[in-house]
Design a protein around this ligand. Structure first.
Ligand code: ADP
Length: 493
């Protein structure tokens, strides 16, 4: 049986900041369903939702890991999350790395996650584990590839092959040679172009680059994004490195955890529906009315346009704001659920929220709110994703499954998963949404206006579109097969 370990900084639903969390959980569950033995190693954050961890208990005490010329003790915990075995590393350093009340955003993030990578390998080594595939996710765990080949493989740790997945090239983990030295690597040795020296800032080390150079295979989360990041600019400084390693780089589209995201069974919904029984679709309408009541919106059949997103420049925040005004002009309602780590963006949307507080047609929630998100996906008629770039994007997949027609910009994984209803680029693909090319206000107005017109003028066609979107197979089944064949091909070479 293939033994796979994911090393990750997020895991849905217990430690989630964005799509990375959904991917690690969804992929793990499906790999298990397809016969692999899969486990996950995660930091033991104090802000995790421990209620969703079954049978949490201590696996090992006093596992020492190197930090700053000394050895720090770790406790290893274990439990099950949605059926997946997870190990949690609790670090006992002076200002404990994972007891900060937050997942990211500490001044010592580079050290926190470099330490995590080293402690994870140290524990695998000390517990004499033997695994086939170590799968690393994003810069937070990339250093494990370097640590394995340069420290732990010579010490006898048994790992067959290492896969590194880039979920978002915007975040690369830039640090200094001292950051590497802190966890026991000779920092200066890695500050060279063909190792970890940053391509744009050669005095810095770049952890994501280390993952690309040292892993046996590198993947990203959609075929189109894989092409985009190899082009100048798309790779946020790493395009040339990805071109050099093109032979081991590929894009595998993300899937959706279709058990968790299922309008037929969703535990957060008061009514359920499925496209397999169209008579249940009236429940979607009931959910729309109950959301309108809940959010203080007018009760109306006018199109409800929604977006659920981190509010950061990548997500096209200016376009989102423009879409709000255009939706109102077209007679629709607009609901936005978004959190932002950027104060100026948060303040800007807080002002918009205040401006429309009593309008009855706009609702803005500026926080992360899982239950509300489920209700919004179910209630919405249309769902906007105007990203400037989008590695894969999960919200458009969830929206389709919940019968909210996606309106997306043609970039990255949005381009791979949404096909325009009226202008399909590839006529063999059935339309399941609306797509626009340019990141400007004209383009988003055009797409929104087309969607409104179709819904109003062609109700039968709209129902056909709804059925196509809801029936789209975006499960993990096929992507997990692709990962399994990648793992097996690596082990056979
Ligand atoms: P990214 O990983 O770039 O944030 P994705 O589309 O890949 O974007 O994944 C976003 C995930 O986070 C989805 O599951 C989405 O429902 C969820 N999400 C984003 N913002 C919020 C929010 N404010 N409240 C609840 N869930 C959110």
């Amino acid at each position: 049986m293939l033994r796979v370990i994911h090393l990750a900084s997020e895991l849905a639903p217990i430690a989630k900041v964005g799509g990375l969390a959904d991917v690690v959980t969804g992929l793990s569950k499906e790999l298990i369903a397809q016969g692999a033995l899969v486990e996950v190693i995660l930091p033991k954050y104090d802000c995790m939702l421990l209620d969703d961890v079954e049978d949490l208990h201590i696996e090992a005490y006093n596992i020492p890991s190197y930090l700053d010329g000394t050895w720090v003790s770790n406790t290893i915990w274990t439990g099950r999350v949605l059926g997946v075995r997870v190990y949690f590393i609790e670090a006992h350093n002076a200002h404990p790395f994972f007891e900060r009340g937050t997942f990211y955003g500490c001044p010592d993030d580079i050290t926190r996650f470099s330490y995590f990578a080293r402690a994870a390998l140290e524990w695998l080594h000390q517990s004499h584990r033997s695994i086939d595939i170590l799968h690393l996710h994003d810069w937070q765990t990339a250093l494990a590839a370097v640590l394995f080949w340069d420290i732990y493989q010579p010490l006898g740790l048994q790992i067959g092959r290492i896969v590194f997945t880039l979920h978002n090239m915007e975040h690369q983990g830039r640090g200094s040679t001292e950051d590497l030295s802190k966890i026991g690597l000779d920092g200066r040795k890695y500050l060279v172009y063909d190792k970890l020296a940053d391509n744009d800032y050669p005095a810095s080390i770049n952890l994501a680059k280390g993952g690309i150079v040292y892993a046996n295979a590198v993947t990203t989360v959609s075929p189109t994004y894989a092409r985009e990041v190899q082009q100048d600019g798309g790779g946020h400084g790493l395009s040339t490195t990805l071109q050099i390693y093109a032979h081991k780089f590929s894009g595998i589209i993300n899937g959706l955890d279709t058990q968790y995201w299922d309008p037929a069974t969703d535990k957060f919904l008061t009514h359920h529906y499925t496209i397999d029984d169209p008579s249940t679709l009236s429940n979607k309408k009931l959910l729309k009315t109950s959301l309108q009541k809940r959010l203080g919106l007018h009760i109306t059949d006018a199109p409800l346009v929604a977006t659920i997103s981190r509010l950061v420049p990548q997500k096209g925040v200016d376009l989102l704001e423009h879409a709000l005004f255009h939706t109102l002009k077209l007679g629709g309602q607009f609901v936005l659920v978004g959190s932002s780590p950027i104060t100026s963006i948060r303040d800007h949307f807080a002002a918009l929220k205040a401006q429309f507080a009593h309008s009855g047609n706009v609702f803005i929630e500026l926080m992360s709110h899982e239950e509300l998100a489920h209700h919004v996906y179910a209630a919405a008629d249309m769902f906007l994703v105007p990203s400037i770039f989008e590695p894969c994007g999960l919200t458009q997949l969830i929206a389709m499954r919940y019968g909210a027609i996606p309106i997306v910009r043609k970039t990255g994984g949005l381009s791979d998963t949404v096909t325009d209803f009226t202008y399909p680029a590839d006529p063999s693909r059935q339309g399941n949404g609306f797509v626009f090319n340019d990141a400007d206000t004209n383009a988003i107005e055009w797409a929104l206006s087309r969607a409104f017109a179709w819904r109003h003028d062609q109700p039968a066609q709209w129902d056909a579109l709804l059925a196509q979107a809801m029936r789209a197979d975006n499960s993990w089944h096929t992507p997990a097969q692709a990962y399994l064949s990648l793992y097996n091909s690596l082990l056979n070479t």
